[in-house]
Design a binder for this molecule. Structure first.
Ligand code: PSU
Ligand code: MN
Length: 306
């Protein structure tokens, strides 16, 4: 597809034109979600995992005001090294960054927008944004949820962190017609742990079923995306008490300091990492790998249907 603001990397373009599987990856997780150099190492390993599972990776970002679908290792290194000095780019930030020729690390929302422009249907990440705890007064609801309502991209995540109000996040997705699918589970995973106490809408057990469901959704002309929640592998999941204590403390501190707006999620993620002495980072990396594998396999199945 042609868009004058979009650059598709040659390898990604070739794959898309030939109908071969491609998986989109976000860049906020690189610049704002993990420290350097683990962020760059993880981003490059994720790309390799996608290739090993039969798809072409397309890491997405805004660089010099251009929407990029597919980055070079040098560009990934730049985003990781520059870290939080790269603007976190959600939907509302895009026009300013493009008009001013600036860089942006794309959130789930913005990665979905650019993936869709490029014609990429499957996207792997760690966790999505959602309805924050206390949103009934702060109104802090991630733009990721609205994007899932409108933009036809399948997002494979490890559920949502309990920095969010998971119950309200599920209600919001239901109202907006977004299917929430548990991969081999009936329960919404809570990112660092496999269980949250909240059920998902449907359980599907194979990449084929995920691909078929998403294909049919689009074929029916139903707008919007689909959320696949893939639990962290047992051996990397964290102790419920340890992680929930760290999350509660992080949420308390963010309230005390009056953190708000786009700073909330990165603040909480960094605080949780400090409080768990880096254990949460190791789990975070493994669940992203796990999602990359599932997304690549699903993209392979989807390419057989399209
Ligand atoms: N949740 C995580 N890790 C992340 C994010 C969320 O567990 O890195 C990032 C994603 O890029 C997500 C964004 O799209 O934070 C949501 O930010 P906000 O809540 O400001 O919309
Ligand atoms: Mn927010």
């Amino acid at each position: 597809m042609l868009n004058k603001y979009l650059d598709i990397a040659p390898e990604v373009k070739e794959a898309l034109e030939a109908g071969r599987p491609v998986v989109a990856l976000e860049s906020t997780i690189i610049s704002h979600g993990m420290p350097y150099p683990q962020n760059v190492e993880t981003a490059l390993s994720v790309e390799k995992i996608i290739r090993d599972n039969g798809a072409v990776p397309a890491t997405i970002a805004v660089i010099g005001g251009r929407l990029k679908a597919g980055l070079s290792p040098e560009e990934i290194d730049y985003l990781g090294k520059t870290g939080t000095k790269v603007a976190k780019a959600s939907r509302r930030d895009l026009p300013v960054l493009v008009a001013q020729g600036r860089d942006g690390a794309t959130t789930v929302a913005t990665t979905m927008i650019i993936a869709n422009l490029a014609g990429i249907k499957v996207f792997a990440t760690g966790g999505i944004g959602g309805v924050h705890r206390g949103a009934e007064t702060t109104m802090d609801i991630s733009a990721d949820l609205q994007e899932l309502a409108h933009t036809p991209v399948m997002v494979v995540c490890a559920g949502a962190k309990s920095i969010l109000d998971l119950g309200l996040t599920l209600e919001y997705l239901e109202t907006n017609g977004v299917p929430v699918i548990g991969y081999q589970t009936e329960e919404l995973p809570a990112f660092y742990t496999r269980k949250s106490g909240f059920g998902v809408d449907y359980r599907l057990d194979t990449p084929q079923e995920l691909a078929k469901t998403f294909f049919v959704k689009q074929d029916m002309g139903l707008v919007g995306g689909m959320l696949v929640a893939n639990p962290i592998p047992e051996e990397y999941s964290m102790d419920h008490e340890v992680i929930n204590k760290a999350i509660d403390e992080a949420v308390e501190e963010s309230k005390r300091l009056g953190i708000h707006g786009k700073d909330t999620t990165p603040f909480l993620l960094a605080k949780i990492k400090d409080l768990t002495g880096g254990d949460s980072l190791a789990s975070n990396i493994q669940l992203v790998y796990n999602n990359a594998r599932l997304a690549a396999k699903t993209a392979v199945e989807l390419s057989k249907l399209n």
